[in-house]
Each structure stands twice: as structure tokens, then as C-alpha cells.
Design a protein around this ligand. Structure first.
Ligand code: IPD
Ligand code: CA
Length: 266
């Protein structure tokens, strides 16, 4: 794919995440149909409407393959968009402003573009592999080792893994003097490593649509991440660990002791 083709997609996708975010905002004013997908997992009518909008626009404009959280999609080689229409659905449905639209773009399996729009916070994260990462046009860079005496890490959780997995990680980190958070959006959690607001994000299992965009944002800001797309990561998800370089090894051994630490290179 040429640089021109890539930049055309970035420009189009930037307008699209804004449009999608506005649709989600508009729909929240009305009563939401809620569909339970599993324990502590559901989708609102807005999740579905936003994904339909994004898939239709991308398919019409570029003809690329699209994989979404709500409707899936065929994964082919070459170009692939990975869409989370609303990441942080629990927050969204409760009126908590921490949610976002997340769009990642892979070329031949390599995470290449990342766009995250958090409408209520008016935050737009953009990143292109090799081209840097920005938040509202401001270049991003991970936290510095000066924070080493007071690390802050977000630990995500879902019903896809046991409560004990989550609590064990919280315990080990807190016992090691690492402060922890859980804020309800994996995409924003990973993106916040890029801003230096946290020093790491970790979760025992997460899906590709939650982190495809955030991984590009975080790595372009200097973060280290595990090889999330290894194996069948796109289809079935994997553990995720993203951290500022000075914390990565220590965080890996404390948070995910059973997961071999393989930083992504591509
Ligand atoms: C969830 C959020 C949450 C993370 C879960 C995800 P959803 O996505 O990103 O923070 O811990 O693993 O499933 O359900 O809000 O789209
Ligand atoms: Ca999600």
C-alpha cells in the first residue's frame, strides 16, 4: 500500500470516527435497547448502529475487509479494519463519559493505523506506524523513569477470565508498590499509556477490536507491547500488556507470570 493510499484512509477514518461518535452521543439521548451477550457483557442499540455505519462507509469507500465487535466479518489477508463501535459500553450506558469509538487498520497483519475518538472528552487519538501518535494534534510520548517510584497501571477485566485472575494481579501489583486502576475501556486504557497518564495497561484476555487502534497509538508514543496478534489473536484475542519501557519487564513478571513475555517487533 502506498503512502498516499494510507493517508487517504487516515483522513477518511478521522472524519468517520467523529461521525460515529456523534451518532452514539445522539442515540444516548433516547431509551436504549440492551441485549445481553454474556455475564457482564451486553450491547446497546447504539453499538450496533455505530458499527453498521462504520462498516458501510469503509466498505463503500475502500472495499477493505472489516471486522467488528458486534457483527464480526471475514478476515482476509491484505487490508483489514478492526472496529469497536463503542468501547466502554458499560460506561456509555450508565452516562459515564469514559467510552470511545476505536478503529484500527492492519496491512498484511501489521498494525498500521490507530484512531480513537472519545466524544465526551473531545479527545481524538491518531497514530500511524512510523509516523508518530497525537492526541488532539499534540505529539504523544510515554512516561519517563522519574515516575518509577510511583508507577500507575490499569488492569482490565471481563467475564472471559476468572475473577481470581484479576484479583491476583491487583494484589501482586499493589504488594509491589504499584498503584492500580480499572476504568472500563480497554482502548482508552491502552491509549493512556501513550500520554503518560498511566505507566502500563494489562489484561488477562482482551479482543482485537478493543486494542487494535490503541496498540498503534501506544507503540508510536514509545510504549512496549506484547505480541498481541500472535497466533489467532485477531479472531480469539490474547492477553495484553502495554507499558512504558522502564516498567515493561517488571510488569510482565508481576501481572502475567504465566504468559511468556514476547515484546512485539513488527
Ligand atoms: C470491554 C472494555 C473493558 C475491557 C474488556 C472489554 P466493551 O469492551 O474494553 O475495559 O476490560 O475486556 O471487553 O464491552 O466495553 O466493548
Ligand atoms: Ca470493546
Amino acid at each position: 500500500m502506498t503512502r498516499v493510499d494510507l493517508l487517504a484512509r487516515m483522513m477518511f477514518a478521522e472524519a468517520l470516527v467523529r461521525e460515529a461518535g456523534q451518532l452514539a452521543l445522539d442515540m444516548r439521548a433516547n431509551p436504549l435497547g440492551v441485549e445481553t451477550k454474556g455475564p457482564r457483557d451486553f450491547a446497546t442499540a447504539a453499538d450496533k448502529a455505530v458499527e453498521k455505519l462504520i462498516v458501510a462507509r469503509l466498505t463503500e469507500r475502500f472495499g477493505d475487509a472489516v471486522l467488528g465487535e458486534e457483527f464480526g466479518g471475514e478476515i482476509t489477508g491484505g487490508t483489514l479494519w478492526i472496529v469497536d463501535p463503542i468501547d466502554g459500553t458499560y460506561n456509555y450506558a450508565h452516562g459515564n463519559p469514559r467510552w470511545c469509538v476505536s478503529l484500527g487498520f492492519l496491512v498484511d497483519g501489521v498494525p498500521t493505523l490507530g484512531l480513537i475518538f472519545a466524544p465526551e472528552a473531545r479527545q481524538l487519538y491518531l497514530a500511524r506506524t512510523g509516523g508518530g501518535a497525537t492526541l488532539n494534534n499534540r505529539p504523544l510520548s510515554v512516561s519517563r523513569p522519574a515516575m518509577g517510584s510511583a508507577p500507575l497501571v490499569e488492569i482490565g477485566a471481563s467475564s472471559r477470565r476468572s475473577i481470581d485472575d484479576y484479583l491476583g494481579t491487583v494484589r501482586r501489583l499493589m504488594e509491589a508498590g504499584i498503584e492500580t486502576r480499572r476504568c472500563g475501556s480497554g482502548a482508552l486504557g491502552v491509549a493512556q499509556v501513550a500520554t503518560g497518564e498511566t505507566d502500563g495497561y494489562v489484561e488477562h484476555h482482551i479482543n482485537a477490536w478493543d486494542v487494535a487502534a490503541g496498540l498503534v497509538v501506544a507503540r508510536e508514543a514509545g510504549a512496549v507491547a506484547n505480541d498481541f496478534f500472535a497466533g489467532d489473536g485477531i479472531r480469539t484475542g490474547n492477553p495484553i500488556l502495554v507499558a512504558t519501557p522502564w516498567l515493561a519487564d517488571r510488569l510482565s513478571s508481576l501481572a502475567l507470570p504465566d504468559v511468556p513475555w514476547r515484546p512485539a517487533t513488527g
